[in-house]
Structures are given as C-alpha cells and as structure tokens.
Design a protein around this ligand. Structure first.
Ligand code: CAA
Length: 377
C-alpha cells in the first residue's frame, strides 16, 4: 500500500484549486441564485485537459487515472458542487459508457470531442415511473430500417439541454424490460429529441436538471451503444463508476464547508473554545475518512480491480458525511450560517442531493449488502 500522491497529482490539484478560486468562486453565489449554467467553465476545464482525464491521449484524453479524476472533482466541488456534478456525469457516466462499449467510430465521433471539452455529455436513465427501480423503464426503441425510433421521456437529466451527447436507455421489448434494455447515443439536434422543463432545485442550482422527451426520435442504428439487451448492465456499470464521482463531490462539499467555517472564525474573530476545537477535529476526521474511501474506490478502478462495492460504500459514507458536516458548520456559524454570504448554507443545500442521486443511499445499502453476500456465498 502506498499513501502518497505523484508529482502530477499534486500539480493538478494545485492548478484546479487555483482555477476554482479565481474563475469559479467569484460567480458561485450569483450562479446559484439565478440557476445560471456557465458554459465558459466547462470550456476552460476542457482547455486545461480535465474533461477527459482518465481516457487515453489517442482518444483526446489526459492519459491519467481515476484517482486523479476523483481529486479534480473533489477540488472543483470544494468551491462549486454544481461544477463537480457537471463534470462527474460527463466523465463517469457518459464518456465512460462510450469508452467502454463504443465502436471505434463512436469513440472518434463522440468520445474524442467530449474528452477535449468540445462536447458535453449526459446520461438518461430515470423516468417518472422508474427511479430506484431502474429496470421498470418505459421508454421504447423500435427498430425501423437502419434506425431506431425512440419514444418516451426521461427525468432529472443532469446537463440536460446544455449537453450535446446523451446516453439514453430504452427497451425494445415491453414484455421483457430489463433483458431488452438497450443503450443509445443521442445527439442534441436529432429530430424528435425535445427538451422539457428545467427543474428549480434546492441545491446544485447552477447545474441544469431537465426533462427530455423522445417523440419518434430517429437514432441511427450506428448509434446503438453495445449490443441490444446489454443496456441495463451498461447503466448499472456506469453508475458503479458514477458513484466514485459523487463520493468525490461530497468530499469536496464537506471540505468546502469546513473551509468556510474556518474563514468565519477568522473573519469575525470568534474566540476558540473547546466546542469549536472538538467540532473542527471531528469534521476533519469524517472528511478524511470519506476521502480515503473515495480514493480507494478510484484507485481500484484505475488498477482494473472490482470497485462496485467500494464505490457504493464511498458514496454512502461521503454523502452522509457531507450533510452532517454542513449542518454542523451552519450551526456553529449561528445566524450568519443561514445567510447567503456565509457560503455554508449553499454547501448544505448542495450536500443533500448527494444522498439521493446516482442511487439513493437506501439503494447503496442494497448494492453493498448484495455484493458482500455474493463474496461470502
Ligand atoms: N454491474 C453489472 N451488471 C449488473 C450490475 C452492475 N453493477 N448491477 C446489476 N447488474 C445486472 C445483474 O447481474 C442482472 O443481470 P442478469 O439478469 O443477467 O442476472 C441484471 O443487471 C439485473 O440486476 P438486478 O436483478 O440486481 O436488478 P434489480 O432490478 O434488482 O435492481 C438496483 C438493482 C441496484 C436496485 C438498480 O435498479 C439500481 O441501481 N437502481 C438505482 C438507479 C439509480 O442509481 N438511478 C440513478 C439515476 S442517474 C442519476 O442520478 C444521474 C445524474 O444525472 C446525477
């Protein structure tokens, strides 16, 4: 075991920190207030080479690993959790699926520009009648000549409306839903892809969350991702990795709340007390625990080891940690902690959804216990 960072990892963390503080922090409150998605931030992330960190350089990526990627998500989220989830969904869910299941042509057409930050990705699984029970989806894909016609709708699509590339899951046989689930790459601008309502949210307000409708949306058969019937597995495997991104996001939120609490103490000259010392150290301990679990899952993914269980554990622990740490930070800041200027109120609002998306923490418990039991039987 080795608990040290490479020079590259230290350099990239420092660069991301500087970028987040100088380019994201000044507008974070206004973007949150007005739910403003800022495409310039994604463009800059692309220019720095952080929009495709784990993918090979030949595919437009950074040729690095998932641990470095997790560190980047954490540092972005430490300042702006909306940016963290935007990049996490783009990388862990959308780009990963194309990198793992895409044909050479699909990688050139979609993954390359995504890794370069020229195209943003999104992932469309949830529907009005299928949230936690993802296999109950109703969106259909009907083969017609050299294309599929997609009909149905998807809810709560992160990056919806802003993304150019959508990984969409649909069934080809209503009698045999999860066995016929198939993944497709749908491009913004394809006929029959309709952007619906943009959600007005509690937190991560400067990321977009949107409903998508498919009305005889004609998707070329060449845009099918993986074989017919493989979609549910692709969706589940994508989420295994996605949960590392959310765990990193939650770790960053917790760290950001602690940073804000320290700044509050310094700005207002709050007298240090045993209560403050005990709270700081407890918060820092929980953040460090979440960080180590997250990095372990990311490291295993980079090494080609199984990581589904570790990712679910990291997501469960880190998201619960983020909510607890943010609540504590608000409490310790008193009334100031309830004001916009304190920042901790935004961190608290942003933290909540990490316990919900990419599988609620109730689902994480099911995933963890199933994997634990399968190891012992
Ligand atoms: N990797 C590979 N295959 C997997 C898998 C995984 N992690 N999990 C399940 N599978 C396979 C199973 O092996 C099984 O295959 P066979 O039929 O060949 O045996 C098949 O998929 C069905 O698996 P289950 O029987 O376990 O499926 P289930 O219906 O019991 O559901 C579940 C399992 C874990 C509850 C799943 O429905 C689930 O994860 N739900 C949560 C969905 C979710 O996380 N949604 C998040 C939405 S996306 C989002 O939030 C993104 C965003 O924008 C931020």
């Amino acid at each position: 075991m080795q608990f040290s960072y490479t020079q590259d990892q230290q350099d990239i963390r420092a660069k991301v920190r500087e970028f987040a503080l100088t380019k994201m922090e000044p507008t974070s409150e206004e973007r949150d207030e007005f739910e403003r998605f800022d495409r310039d931030i994604f463009d800059s992330i692309g220019e720095f080479g952080w929009s495709g960190i784990p993918w090979p350089q030949g595919l437009g990526g950074g040729g690095s690993d998932f641990l470095t990627y997790a560190m980047v998500i954490e540092e972005l989220s430490r300042v702006c959790a909306s940016t963290g989830v935007m990049l996490s969904v783009h990388t862990s869910l959308a780009s990963w699926a194309i990198h793992t299941y895409g044909t050479d042509a699909q990688k050139q057409t979609y993954l390359f520009p995504m890794a370069q930050g020229k195209k943003l990705g999104a992932y469309c699984l949830t529907e009005s009648e299928s949230g936690s029970d993802a296999g109950a989806m109703r969106t259909t894909a009907t083969k017609e000549g050299d294309a599929y016609l997609l009909n149905g709708s998807k809810l709560f699509v992160t990056n919806g409306g802003e993304a150019e590339v959508y990984i969409v899951f649909a069934i080809t046989d209503a009698q045999n839903k999860s066995k016929s689930c198939t993944a497709f790459i749908v491009e913004k601008g394809m006929q029959g892809l309709i952007f619906g309502t943009k959600e007005n949210k509690l937190g991560i307000r400067s990321s977009t969350t949107m409903e998508l409708r498919f009305e005889d949306c004609r998707v070329p058969a060449d845009n099918r991702l993986g074989p017919e019937g493989e979609g549910f597995r692709i969706a589940m495997r994508s989420l295994d990795g996605g949960r590392i991104g959310i765990a990193a996001q939650a770790t960053g939120i917790g760290q950001g709340a602690l940073d804000a609490l320290v700044a509050y103490q310094e700005q207002y000259g709050v007298r240090r007390s045993e209560l403050f010392d005990a709270s700081f150290s407890e918060m820092a301990t929980h953040i460090e625990g979440a960080r180590l679990l997250t990095y372990q899952a990311a490291w295993r993914k980079s090494k080609g080891l199984s990581y589904g269980k570790q990712a679910a554990i990291a997501k469960l622990f880190a998201s619960d940690m983020a909510v607890k740490v943010c609540l504590r930070a608000v409490q310790l800041c008193g009334v100031w902690g309830c004001l916009k200027e304190s920042k901790v109120e935004r961190y608290l609002r942003d933290a909540k959804v990490t316990q919900i998306y990419e599988g609620t923490n109730e689902i994480q418990r099911i995933v963890i216990s199933r994997l634990l039991l399968s190891e012992t039987t």
